[in-house]
Design a protein around this ligand. Structure first.
Ligand code: PRX
Length: 650
């Protein structure tokens, strides 16, 4: 996408916070907000230092920010802090141990509850179980788990002993797990036998077994029993986690962690090469997750908060686990699909648990719209007071539906823009302050100095599209890419000569200073709110014996935002059949995971290339979307390719 495309979206509706919402909101005074925002930009040390001091430190920090080795930031220098203490011990110590921390619903209808005191005891037992098998500070532990309370226990147990967790979303294939385990040098894996999804058991342990074939670094696979599916057992390596944990003490001293010790790795797609292990550290990450949860979701002790994201993504890390628990919230966790056993399941859960805050993704909202209002409206939603969305731009139509049908025109909507790399929400309304506009993430959060610039780095005027950059470091920013400092500098800091963080997104700002995110400017797709690199899908395709060349582009899709369209050239003597197209889709699912499965395969005799051999993706994007090709094609090496691609379309 060219960043200087003018946006065609002209949205003028505005929704100021209601007096009723403001009356109880943590932040509702515009003057107070302006003062705080100004301080956060002009005197970040004072602002962030004060926020950080609200957390329980094992040793106080000496300095708020050291930016001398730019772009490698160090926040809260010299301090020591353990995230599991902030999420658990501090609440128990303050007499809130009896408060419910997690309400869990399994897909088949089973459920569990943990108070903060119970969660602390279970985390300690799990931490001691990890230790009993030799897991220690600094070790990398891969988690491949369903949405069950044990995934939260596992993350917090790692944090407690200082092990670095690397959560791998349960939809990834064996090959993707293997790549991530090898890249991170993981020595242990935590998984479950299986998971419930759409009324069926989705096996997990068998996928891990396949992933670990030939992997020497992993000494232990901890297995949680969830679905009772049959699994194989490698004695000496595999252990039942709950059995081992049951034998452990319910106390485990939290490891003193330096502010800059790595807390976790989370892999995300880039436009080139293998997935990047985004590295987040301890104190800064927590400060970002803690403060944003508090203000963006306006959390109160009586809230029942539900973020529907899978813990395998960054949203699950920051807004299912760390942010809400650090705030002492009650969190709902749901294992299954939104339409199992019926399309009203989410709303049934909202009614049953009296959910007050709901945070979900545009792709889910569009599915609910398609399934029909009646599945929503037949359940009581009067408990809801705030709605949130994340993951991709939300179209104004879906936004309005979310507001009127789900929220009965009562609940403010926070459309939150951020990334795996940013660790926490960066551009967002504050529900008691901001007048929202459907489709806009509105204004930068505290401490976020965001701007939209052109190729030369000049700020563009209102209404004009450009590159979204962040000009100042922020506490929860990524500290690097695991094992690849050069790639970190190149990907995020080289575009504007090391001055600013480049997000990879295009955006524009309107006359009110509101941000409108226009999507990725690189070859990264956003399918159902998850980033996928075209390059990875192309590598998967060419690894199939019949394929010689492939180019993958996104085309607009009503439901998933973008859908994958693959242009494929097959080898001599191979025949382009619907069966082969199916086989290629399957092949990609197997190599990467179902989320990368192309919606469409188009066979092409040749791909359109420039004279220097670069595939002209913009052109393919137009063809995939069924648009007129308006771009300059004078650099095309072979004009007839374009004509042939068009013909194949008909
Ligand atoms: O393109 C933006 C889009 O998702 C990208 C980040 O993807 P990921 O690291 O997987 O994290 C997703 C959850 C934080 C961004 O570069 N994106 C995320 N939120 C929004 C968004 N686009 C528009 N509006 C949003 N609210």
């Amino acid at each position: 996408m060219s960043p200087d495309i003018d946006s065609v979206l002209n949205e003028t509706r505005r929704f100021p916070p209601s007096a009723e919402f403001q009356a109880r909101a943590q932040l509702s005074d515009p003057a107070q907000y302006e003062r705080l925002y100004r301080e956060s930009i002009e005197d970040p040390d004072a602002f962030w230092g004060r926020v950080a001091r609200e957390l329980p430190w094992q040793q106080p920090f000496e300095r708020v920010l050291d930016w001398s080795a730019k772009p490698f930031a160090r926040w809260f220098v010299g301090g020591k802090l353990n995230l599991s203490m902030a999420c658990l011990d501090q609440h128990v110590a303050a007499g809130r141990g009896g408060r419910t921390a997690i309400v869990w619903e399994g897909e088949p209808g089973d459920s569990e509850r943990y108070t903060y005191a119970e969660l602390l005891a279970e985390v300690c037992r799990t931490a001691n179980a990890l230790k009993a098998r030799g897991v220690k500070k600094g070790d990398r532990v891969a988690l491949y788990m369903p949405m069950i309370p044990e995934i939260v226990l596992a993350m917090l147990a790692c944090a407690r002993i200082g092990a670095i967790h690397s959560v791998i979303f349960g939809g990834f294939s064996a090959q993707s797990i293997k790549d991530r385990v090898l890249d991170g040098g993981c020595t242990a894996v935590i998984t479950a036998d299986g998971s419930w999804r759409r009324g069926k058991v989705l096996p997990l342990k068998p996928v891990v077994d396949e992933a670990l074939l030939g992997v020497k670094s992993v000494h232990t696979v901890f297995v949680v029993q969830r679905a009772a599916n049959e699994i194989e057992w490698q004695s000496g390596r595999d252990v039942w986690l709950s059995e081992l944990a049951r034998k452990q003490s319910a106390e485990c001293a939290p490891e003193p962690m330096d502010s800059e010790d790595t807390l976790f790795l989370l892999y995300t797609s880039g436009s080139t090469g293998k997935p990047k292990g985004i590295r987040h550290t301890t104190a800064g990450y927590l400060v970002g997750a803690y403060l944003s949860t508090k203000y963006v979701f306006d959390l109160r002790p009586d809230d029942l908060y539900w973020c529907t994201a899978d813990v395998g993504w960054i949203t699950g890390h920051s807004y299912v686990v760390y942010g809400p628990l650090a705030n002492g919230a009650t969190v709902l966790l749901y294992e299954g699909a939104p339409n199992q056993p019926h399309p009203g399941r989410f709303w049934e859960l909202v009614a049953k648990h009296k959910v007050t805050i709901l945070y979900t993704a545009p792709t889910a909202i569009r599915s609910f719209m398609r399934w029909g209002d009646e599945h929503v409206t037949r359940f009581d939603r009067s408990s809801l007071r705030l709605l949130g969305t994340v993951g991709e731009p939300i179209n104004p139509e879906a936004w309005m539906w979310y507001r009127t049908v789900v929220g009965e025109s009562r609940c403010p909507i926070v459309d939150t823009w951020w990334q795996t790399e940013t660790g926490s929400i960066q551009i967002t309304p504050l529900p008691g302050i901001t007048a929202t506009k459907p489709g806009s993430a509105t204004r930068p959060f505290f401490g976020v100095d965001a701007a939209i610039v052109d190729e030369q780095g000049h700020e563009v005027p209102p209404g004009k599209g450009g590159y979204l950059v962040i000009k100042k470091p922020w506490p929860s920013m990524l500290r690097g890419i695991w094992g690849d400092d050069a790639r970190y500098v190149e990907t995020y800091w080289s575009k504007f000569g090391g001055r600013w963080y480049f997000t990879g997104d295009g955006a524009r700002r309107d006359e009110d200073g509101y941000f409108w995110i226009m999507g990725r400017v690189d070859d990264v797709l956003n399918v159902s709110g998850h980033r996928l690199s075209t390059m990875e899908v192309e590598s998967a395709l060419v690894s199939h014996a019949d394929v010689v060349e492939a180019a993958v582009v996104g085309r607009p899709d009503e439901l998933t935002g973008e859908a994958l369209c693959a242009f494929v050239t097959i080898g001599p003597g191979k025949v382009a059949t619907p069966a082969l197209a199916e086989a290629l889709k399957e092949h990609v699912s197997k190599e990467i995971g179902k989320l990368a499965r192309p919606a469409e395969i188009r066979f092409a005799e040749a791909l359109p290339k420039t004279r220097s051999g670069k595939i002209m993706r913009r052109l393919l994007r137009d063809i995939a979307a069924g648009r007129e090709v308006t771009q300059d094609t004078t650099t095309l090496e072979d004009y007839s390719v374009l004509a042939r691609l068009r013909i194949e379309e008909e």
